[in-house]
Design a protein around this ligand. Structure first.
Ligand code: HEM
Length: 161
């Protein structure tokens, strides 16, 4: 009995120390839609398999974000960003575009980048870091290029004119 109580107390302490939900900051209301992802997804599962599934995408996004948020040329842009949210919705967006059975729950690209002051050179730097991350994940060159071709037109909504 005493042993059981000790275990329960230990479990309670562990629960108190770990927040139940990830601490994302609230954003202004918006209409959720897969159309917010900005492009039509690839058909079938060939592309998602080429990226080693959602886990592969997760590793790629984590590495790319680690790079852009520490690169002295781009890190200031992310200084006020809720990285918890960005990490989550960016993974959703890429898995969705690659043909995964997930919904993209983030904002459209124009709204998301409206006040970020992203320049053309920043866009190119992010793409370079994405390529490095895809290389490290051993994504085939052709599959890398097919994703980049989907992302390229988003530049008009991301970059400040
Ligand atoms: C094709 C390229 C890009 C894609 C697909 C993309 C995707 C996204 C997504 C999904 C979000 C989150 C939307 C939400 O919170 O609802 C976001 C936010 C953001 N992006 Fe991008 N992005 C791109 C390019 C860039 C570039 C080049 C930069 C700067 C180097 C950048 C900086 C940011 C920042 C700072 C935020 C956070 C905005 C906030 O704090 O509210 N993005 N992006």
């Amino acid at each position: 009995m005493i042993r059981l109580l000790t275990i329960s107390a230990a479990v309670c302490l562990a629960m108190a120390a770990t927040p139940l939900l990830a601490a994302e900051k609230p954003v202004d209301p918006y209409v959720q839609s897969n159309a917010n992802a900005g492009v039509t997804p690839f058909a079938g599962d060939e592309m998602l398999r080429a990226f080693h599934g959602p886990q592969g995408v997760s590793r790629i996004v984590d590495e790319m974000l680690a790079r852009v948020t520490t690169d002295p040329r781009t890190k200031e842009i992310f200084a006020a960003t809720d990285m918890e949210r960005l990490r989550r919705v960016l993974k959703e967006q890429i898995v969705y575009i690659l043909g995964g059975k997930v919904d993209y729950t983030g904002r459209d690209m124009k709204t998301a980048h409206r006040d970020q002051g992203v320049q053309q050179t920043d866009f190119n730097i992010l793409v370079e870091h994405l390529q490095t991350a895809m290389d490290h994940e051993h994504v085939a060159f052709r599959a890398q290029n097919r994703l980049l071709a989907k992302l390229a037109p988003m530049e008009r909504d991301v970059v400040v004119r």
